[in-house]
Design a protein around this ligand. Structure first.
Ligand code: SAM
Ligand code: SF4
Ligand code: FES
Length: 340
């Protein structure tokens, strides 16, 4: 294992067999090496992206997600443009340089409506990330022209059969095409996967990591899968933190200069999970800017952190955690090529 890590630290390439070996081994050296690579390429700054969960309405039925359309138990909501802009102002006032607009695939938000929101948000001089799922080429183009800078769409899994079994009425090929289109249009492109899905193999996780490298992702978010009671995967294993951390750390080794968030799901599974992730290769945190009244309704998975907290509480909480680690809060918009 030591020799694989030594090699990866220098040339940032790993073969599938080597990734598999790293995924199968429990050794803190992986995390220490990823932390060093993060420090060398990204410095000690942590980028904060203000997350706005603007609609929990979704036409899709992903087997793992609490927002899936078949879940009749959640109360649905969508924010008005004014409410979205209030979240943006909150993030800007806290000094954040990026906001992320995330939601289900909600057909109320037509291309025209999204473009109008993008233009309003861009008046605040922030980088804007969209995470609103699969759209057409024309829609992606229109969002880019309206001012969106980045787009996040996880591949979720590169195992085609597993993908098919978890996504009724969706296609793996279309997901890949969307991600490639986003990249070709010049968005900073974020992708990622879920770790610990039932029937997911270590080999397929190695393929996921190689996929991030192949498409040269600018951002990779790794989510430990957390089973939700109102989904078909309710009884699945939820002990996925350690494996997700390994996938994240290996991703840092082979894509040394990208942005990697310490994900909310990591902290939801393990106390201080984001701090652990920031010490294992991550350099980004996405604090929740959504009003408290909506938070519990954006229940992708159970025990999600911060659902009873206010945006101000999150702003102060995360600042305190980062400073206590001896890391700084970045004052840049945090593009991949920004120097720290
Ligand atoms: N609808 C858009 C999409 O799917 O790309 C964006 C919003 S979706 C809620 C954001 C991410 O939540 C998904 O990419 C998925 O990986 C994650 N997610 C959904 N259910 C989850 C679960 N049970 N555990 C962990 N992450 C989950
Ligand atoms: Fe909808 Fe995204 Fe959840 Fe799938 S993961 S059901 S697309 S919100
Ligand atoms: Fe929300 Fe800590 S980040 S309370």
């Amino acid at each position: 294992m030591e020799s694989i890590l030594e090699k990866a630290k220098v040339n940032h390439n790993l073969k599938k067999e080597e990734i598999i070996e790293l995924l199968k081994t429990d050794n803190s050296l992986l995390f220490e090496t990823a932390n060093k690579v993060r420090e060398k390429y990204k410095g000690n700054s942590v980028h904060l992206r203000g997350l706005i969960e603007f609609t929990n309405i979704c036409k899709n039925d992903c087997f793992y997600c609490g927002l899936r359309c078949s879940n009749k138990k959640i109360e649905r909501y969508r924010l008005t443009e004014e409410e979205i802009l209030n979240c943006v102002k909150r993030a800007v006032n806290a000094g954040y340089k990026t906001v992320v607009l995330q939601g289900g695939e909600d057909s109320y938000f037509t291309s025209e409506r999204i473009c109008s929101i993008i233009k309003e948000i861009k008046k605040y001089d922030v980088a804007l990330t969209l995470s609103i799922g699969e759209k057409t080429l024309e829609e992606y183009k229109a969002f880019k022209e309206a001012g969106a800078d980045r787009y996040l769409m996880r591949i979720e899994t590169t195992d085609k059969d597993l993908y098919k079994s978890l996504h009724p009425n969706m296609s793996f090929e279309n997901r890949v095409n969307c991600i490639k289109t986003i990249k070709n249009l010049g968005y900073e492109t974020g992708t990622g996967c879920l770790v610990g899905l039932p029937n997911q193999t270590i080999e397929s996780l190695a393929d996921d990591i190689l996929f991030f490298k192949e498409i040269n992702a600018d951002m990779v978010g790794i989510g430990p899968f957390i089973p939700h009671s109102e989904t078909p995967l309710a009884n699945a294993n939820k002990d996925n933190f350690d494996l997700a951390l390994k996938v994240m750390a290996i991703t840092r080794l082979i894509l040394p200069d990208i942005n990697i968030p310490a994900t909310t799901a990591m902290e939801s599974l393990k106390e201080n999970g984001r701090v652990i992730a920031l010490n294992s290769g991550a350099n980004v945190v996405m604090p929740n800017m959504t009003d408290t009244i909506y938070r519990a309704k954006y229940e992708l998975y159970p025990n999600k952190i911060c659902i009873n907290d206010s945006p101000d509480k999150c702003i102060n909480c995360i600042k305190g955690k980062i400073q206590a680690m001896g890391r700084e809060i970045s004052s840049s918009k945090g593009y991949r090529n920004d120097l720290f």
